[in-house]
Design a protein. Structure first.
Length: 253
């Protein structure tokens, strides 16, 4: 029983962070539904928002398989910042640097997208691929969209990695780690939710405006970079504020 009690705080912190994400996501979905960013009705006609077209094609077993693919990509994306933060907590030499957080964020995003594509290639029939091809934008637009999404996700994961490191550094400075993680989840989650709503609002339309969509992607990446380098600067500030360790006493000759 004592072992369970000792493990309770980390697990309760995890559950609290999950609930915060669920609440922020629920609020964002309510705003999306109320403003028309997302529609939750089955739509298969032409001339409708792009996400509605995709969702109308992913039905039945294909939809269930897509949930697995999306879940796999999400788990990989989440595990990356957690692993980076764990390496920083273990004082790994390369962790806690803006450059490594940025690069490993991109690598994690790439692996997540590759996993998603691998599964999707096995669940879409030729009929579904043909239906999507006839309703989705042209290949150049899709390529630009994929590049933009990869840039957004890569910088987001890099920022998340550095924010986790900042929470660890706060714990080393005497702050409560659980409180820092939950607060960071709520604050950063709210920022990401707002940006996601704006980006999806520009994306989920029948006729996509590339300048509008590009503007939102630039804003997404810019904010992610601000979070990444801001967290890195905060870590440096905490480290600079630590009292130097006393020099070891020298034994008398």
């Amino acid at each position: 029983m004592k072992t369970m009690k000792d493990m309770a705080r980390p697990f309760l912190t995890l559950y609290a962070m999950a609930l915060v994400i669920a609440l922020v996501g629920r609020v964002a979905l309510s705003v999306a539904g109320g403003t028309g960013v997302l529609a939750f009705d089955y739509i298969s006609a032409s001339g409708v928002p792009i996400l509605d077209v995709i969702c109308s094609i992913l039905t039945g077993s294909a939809f269930v398989a897509f949930l697995f693919a999306a879940g796999l990509a999400l788990v990989v994306s989440t595990a990356g910042p957690v692993l980076y933060g764990a390496l920083y907590a273990c004082r790994h030499e390369g962790a806690g640097r803006a450059g490594t957080a940025f690069l490993w964020g991109w690598a994690t995003a790439l692996v997540a997208l590759v996993c998603l594509v691998i599964v999707l290639l096995g669940i879409l029939s030729a009929v579904q691929v043909g239906s999507m091809s006839s309703k989705l934008p042209g290949l150049p637009v899709i390529i630009v969209g994929v590049i933009g999404f990869a840039a957004f996700l890569g910088t987001l994961l890099g920022a998340a990695s550095m924010v986790v490191c900042a929470c660890v550094e706060r714990a080393r400075a005497g702050r409560d780690l659980s409180t820092s993680l939950i607060a960071a989840t709520a604050l950063c989650g709210a920022v990401v939710a707002v940006l996601t709503l704006g980006t999806f609002g520009a994306l989920n339309v029948a006729n996509i405006s590339l300048p509008a969509l590009g503007g939102w992607f630039i804003a997404d990446i810019a904010v992610n970079l601000v979070l990444l380098f801001g967290a890195h600067a905060y870590i440096k500030k905490l480290q600079a504020g630590k009292a130097p360790e006393p020099a070891p006493a020298v034994a008398a000759a």
